[in-house]
Structures are given as C-alpha cells and as structure tokens.
Ligand binder design. Structure first.
Ligand code: ZN
Length: 674
C-alpha cells in the first residue's frame, strides 16, 4: 500500500512574495512548547454559489464529527485522559498564574494538538511538567460529576489514567518501528489488542494469500481493530453498528445532507461512501474510491474516512481523517500543465526503462483551497495529498493529487521575518533565490511529488508491493521526493512555462539539502534517532547525495565562526545524484529488495550526529522558532431567513483553546472506552 500524505518542510523560510492586502491578518494565534498554531484563510469562499457553500457546510460537519475516532485510534486512553483534563480545565477557579497551572494548561494544549498523549510527529509520549500531587489537587477541587462517567468510579478512572500519564515507562511510543522488537506490543496505538506482531502478520498474510491473483484486491485490515479473545483473532470493524458507530452515525447523517445538495455525480460518490460506512465492506470502499477518483470536474471536493496507514507500525490500519476543499482555478493551470505532460516525464525518468510505466493513466492534479481540516489532518495538516492508496485503483483509474495552497501560504506568511534564513543560510545568493523563488519551488515540489512522483514507475512481475515492510513508507516518500527534485531542474519545466528560470530549482535544492542534512534535526529530542517516515526520507536523500558527491565537493558542510552551514556548490551535479538515487530506489521498490532498502534507510536516514544536533537545537532555541505548526479552522454558520438557509458565513477565530473546547463539546460522540 502506498502512503501518501506528505508534510514537506514546514520549517519554511521567510517569503516576501504574495503580500496581499490582508497583511494585517493575524496568522499566529497560539504558541506553546514546540508548537505554533496558525490560522488559514479561505479566499473565494464568499463568492461561491449557495449550493456549493451548503455542500461545504455539510461536509464540514461530517468531517468534524470524526474527531473522537482519531483520539481513540492513537491510544485507547486518550479519550478518558482528554475528558478528565477538560473537566479540570473548565471548572478550575484557583490560581491560574502558578507555574503548575501553566504546565497543566500546556500539557492539555499538547494533547489536543497531537490528538492524544503522544507527540504527533516524534510519536513519543508527553511527560507532564507538573507533579502527580498537583494533578491530585486539581482532581479534588473538580466536581466529580464533571469527569467521564463511563470509566467506573473516580478512583477507578484515576487508577487507569494516572500511570499512563505519569509513568514514563508505560506506553512510551505511539508507533514503534525499531527493528528487532515486537512492533505491536511496543507501540501505544490502538489498532491491535492482545495480538503479537507475528500473529497479526500471519493473520493478514493469510488474508492476502486468499486473494492472491485477484486483480482487484481489497486493502486488508484497513478499517478494523484486530483483537485476540479467548485465543482467537478477530476484526472489530469500524462501521455503523460496529466499533465507533456513534461517531460514524453522525458522519453519515451529515453526508446524507451533503448528498441532497450535491451535483448528480457527487451525489453518487457520497452515497457510495455512506453505503460503505454502513456495511464496513472494503469492496464498497473501493467502489467509493473509483467514483471519487473519476470525478475530476466538481468544484468542491472532500476526503472523509479511514485513509492513511502511518499510524500502524505494520501499515494495515488507517487513521480517520477529513478534509473539505474547493479548487483554486487560477493556480490549477500550473498543475494541469504538469499532469498533461505526465507521459513525457515518465518516459524520460532516469530509472531502468523496464520499470517505467508504459502508459500513465488518469493523472489529475489540482491546487485546492482547504475549507476544513479534521481528524488526522487537524490541527497539523499535510500540504499535499495523493489518493486513493489502493495500487490497482491507481493503475486502472488513476489518482487525484492536490496541493493545498492556502495552507502553504499561511505557513509562509507566519514565517516572515522569523530570522531562520539569516541564521542558517550562509550565502546571500541563496537567500535571494529563496526569497524570490522559494515559495514557487516548494509548491512545485509538492505538485510533482504528489501528482507524478507517487504515481510513477511500475513493479516487476511477481512483486506484490508490501515487501519493504516497515521501510516501505520511507522509501516511497523518498521515491516521490526524488522524482520531484530531479524534474524541478529539468529544462522541460521552463519549456512548459511553469518556471521562469532554473533558479527556482536551485532555491529548492539549497533549502532541501539544508533541511535534510541539518535543520530538520530541530524536531528531534536530544539523544533520539530520526523515526518519522518523511524525515527519514529527507535525511536519506540529503546524506546519500552528500556522501556520493563528496569527492567533487557537490555539497559542502561549511564551518564558520563555530557554526555549520550547508552549501550546494554544484546544482547540476546534485541533480545528477538525485537521478541516480531515484534509479536505485525505484529498483528496490520494483523488485521488492528488502535488504537493499533496509540498508539505505538504516545507513543514511536514521542515525543523528550528536554534535550537529546540539548545535541546531541551540541555534533554534535562540531564534525562538517552534519547529511544528498546525491550524485552527474557520467557523461556518448558516444564515436563515423565513426558515430557509440563505447563506453560509465564514469567520476566522483566534482562540485555539476555545476551538478545542467547542469541538469537544459539540463533536464528541464516542464513549471513553471503545
Ligand atoms: Zn508523499
């Protein structure tokens, strides 16, 4: 299965382009720990016709209703812990200036942000910066009736959640993919219960074998929890009447409303999704995806469901996510030019010709404006998405890929003047190129990565696609990134009119190498290795090219006044190295060469240079920049006149805590124990 949500470097540098009249807009609404919370704008919403506004409104509601699901999927204690913290937060009347209260509030903000008690990116459990005794004192002054009532007595609730919150050795990591341990028993995610890795792998291998040779295989295990009861393995399916039913019923309710105002094509798509939610039948999920991917015309579009499998160490189970959006017609001209040339790109790819796709089908790409982020896409969100994930649907029907430009725009605006570039970019010529072309380079990288990169290439006969196991997603992201990097500096891009000069590529190359070799380390805790797939991929690419180009000094680590800088000396040769690595990673994927894939990732993508890491952390700390960002959503309200809806209004809240409390109040449907 492909894993295709990508949050490319959010460590963006200042960008002086696109200063619009709303430059007075407050982009940053909250900052805590390693997080900043931003707002994004939804330009063009007001001008949409009423039926599209309504469709967005109903789809938004459907998206927000799934919030509890992702909390429970991330760890089975997340809902009772979140609710306990919220009960305390809402009822507390004591000293709000004390260090302990501030630490409590910070912890709660982090739990909201991560959809649980583990960091959304590093996967490590948060350690509260307040004492257990302080927590006890807060519990004592909170009315017992405010706590979750479905976890036994208050004593039982506390006995359940306190070790999970305070004992660092309990459930320390959400997704553990370290080699040599039982990845399920050492991960806190809630996709398996009482099941060993070997048992789960055996269970799904059997299922995969049962559909061997089927040209339309279902995505085994995608929408269920695997449990062992009385020695027997069985799946608890997420559907109406099954696990997570109370939330899914609400989602279905709003989807039904959405279908009523949708155009005929989209109505069919939404109805097929509803049908899947009711049966939990993965064949119906495939049918829905086919409807969805074929609709490249509707202006409004959405993702709603169990989609990406990053949260499962074995890559079977999908987290719930929601995204509602509409097309940015002007910017989409750029992606259409690229997708129209898809076959040219495939034919000229620097990979072994036998692994090129003979016929590239149904590549559609657009630039979109997000209207709501939900589930696993909220508050931290991808900036590009390519779906569906099922290989056979992509092959037979194509895929849709999007670049979410109102989100990247918000990142750029919020990063203005934060001093990052001045601190980490040595040469004035690089800074100038980044100022001028960084934003375009980033967006084009996303376009190429999503629209062409993931869809390119083909497997050798006999290769199933899951051979690379826990290295699969890192290598897949590397493949897509390399495809994008390689073509970004192709003269074809100028010929097509999407870039005015190769300086666009050079800006992207310089920032990519700097990020991969150095600055992304700001996201790693001292002493830790790189774990997350996208970060491993960037490190792998940058380290490999650095090493292979060393004899010719293609990329240099320059020391100046005790500081390290990454400088690209030869952009053309760097492009050549990107092409060579793309060829090798395509071979690894096409042949399912696990040993070679493992060696690449372990040798180049994981281990952190301690000294460089310390330096980056120190320089980052001085700049006071948070390495992660996420978003609050706009609020949408219907305007009624004489019992009819006459408009949908949008407003941009500035209160992160307020939004989280509101969502917990209005969109929380699941019991604490599922
Ligand atoms: Zn990707």
């Amino acid at each position: 299965m492909l894993m295709t949500i990508c949050a490319i470097t959010a460590l963006s540098y200042s960008c002086k382009q696109q200063v619009k009249e709303e430059s007075g807009f407050q982009w940053i609404v909250d900052r805590f720990d390693d997080i900043k919370v931003l707002r994004y704008q939804v330009p063009g919403f007001e001008e949409l016709p009423l039926d599209q506004k309504l469709l967005i409104y109903y789809l938004n509601q459907a998206a927000l209703c799934g919030r509890d699901i992702i909390f429970d999927q991330n760890c089975r204690y997340n809902l009772p812990i979140r609710r306990t913290l919220e009960a305390i937060y809402e009822n507390y009347t004591g000293d709000k200036n004390s260090e302990s209260w501030k630490a409590f509030e910070k912890y709660l903000k982090k739990v909201w942000f991560a959809n649980g008690i583990h960091h959304h990116y590093s996967m490590d459990k948060f350690q509260p910066e307040f004492s257990e005794a302080y927590f006890d004192s807060l519990v004592k002054v909170t009315p017992a009736s405010a706590f979750p009532q479905d976890c036994g007595t208050l004593e039982e609730l506390m006995a359940t959640i306190k070790p999970v919150m305070f004992d660092p050795s309990v459930l320390p990591v959400r997704v553990n993919q370290k080699a040599g341990v039982d990845m399920l028993q050492s991960s806190a995610m809630n996709y398996y219960e009482g099941v060993s890795q070997a048992e789960a792998e055996g269970f799904y291998a059997k299922m995969a074998n049962a559909q061997a040779g089927d040209p339309q295989p279902i995505s085994c295990g995608l929408n269920s929890k695997l449990v062992k009861e009385n020695g027997k393995l069985s799946e608890q399916v997420w559907k109406v009447g099954g696990m997570y039913s109370l939330a899914i019923e609400k989602i279905v309710y709003w989807l039904t409303k959405a279908a009523e105002v949708a155009n005929p094509t989209q109505k069919e798509t939404i109805e097929s999704l509803i049908s899947y939610y009711k049966t939990g039948d993965l064949k119906e999920f495939d049918a829905y995806n086919i409807h969805w991917v074929k609709d490249t015309v509707s202006h409004v579009d959405f993702v709603n469901g169990f989609i990406e499998t990053y949260g499962d160490p074995l890559g079977y189970k999908a987290s719930w996510e929601g995204l509602v959006n509409f097309r940015n017609d002007e910017a989409t001209k750029r992606t259409e030019i690229i997708s129209d040339a898809a076959q040219w790109f495939e034919d000229h790819s620097p990979i072994d010709p036998q692994y090129r796709k003979k016929e590239v089908k149904g590549v559609s790409a657009k630039v979109i404006t997000a209207a709501i982020l939900a589930g696993d896409c909220y508050p931290a969100t991808p900036i590009g998405i390519n779906l569906p994930n099922a290989d056979w649907i992509r092959k037979d029907y194509g895929s849709k890929s999007v670049t979410i430009e109102n989100i990247t725009y918000a990142y750029d605006e919020a990063a203005k003047g934060n001093g990052f570039q001045e601190e980490f970019v040595l040469r004035a010529e690089d800074r100038e190129r980044m100022d001028k072309y960084g934003s375009l380079g980033d967006n084009l990288h996303t376009d190429l990565h999503e629209c062409l990169g993931h869809g390119s290439g083909q497997l050798a006969p006999g290769t199933r696609g899951d051979e690379l196991k826990n290295y699969g997603s890192t290598l897949e992201e590397a493949r897509a990134d390399l495809f994008a990097l390689y073509y970004l500096r192709d003269p074809k891009m100028i010929e097509l009119g999407v870039i005015p000069t190769l300086d666009v590529a050079d800006a992207e190359y310089a920032s990519y190498m700097m990020n991969g070799l150095m600055t992304q380390l700001a996201r790693i805790q001292p002493g830790k290795d790189v774990e997350e797939a996208h970060m491993r991929n960037r490190k792998l690419i940058a380290e490999w090219c650095y090493e292979k180009g060393r004899a010719e000094n293609v990329v240099e680590m320059v020391q100046q006044e005790g500081k390290t800088y990454v400088v690209v000396n030869d952009f053309a040769k760097l492009r050549d190295l990107f092409g060579q690595l793309l060829k090798e990673i395509q071979r690894i994927k096409s042949e399912g060469d696990f040993a070679a894939g493992q060696a690449l990732v372990e040798n180049y993508g994981v281990k952190v240079d301690q000294k460089l890491h310390d330096e980056v952390l120190e320089r980052y700390a001085k700049l006071n920049i948070e390495p992660y960002a996420g978003f609050v959503n706009p609020n949408y309200d219907v305007v009624m006149k004489d019992g009819e809806i006459v408009d949908v209004q949008i407003e941009y809240p500035t209160d992160y805590v307020g939004q989280m409390m509101e969502y917990s109040k209005n969109y929380s449907f699941l019991p604490s124990k599922n």
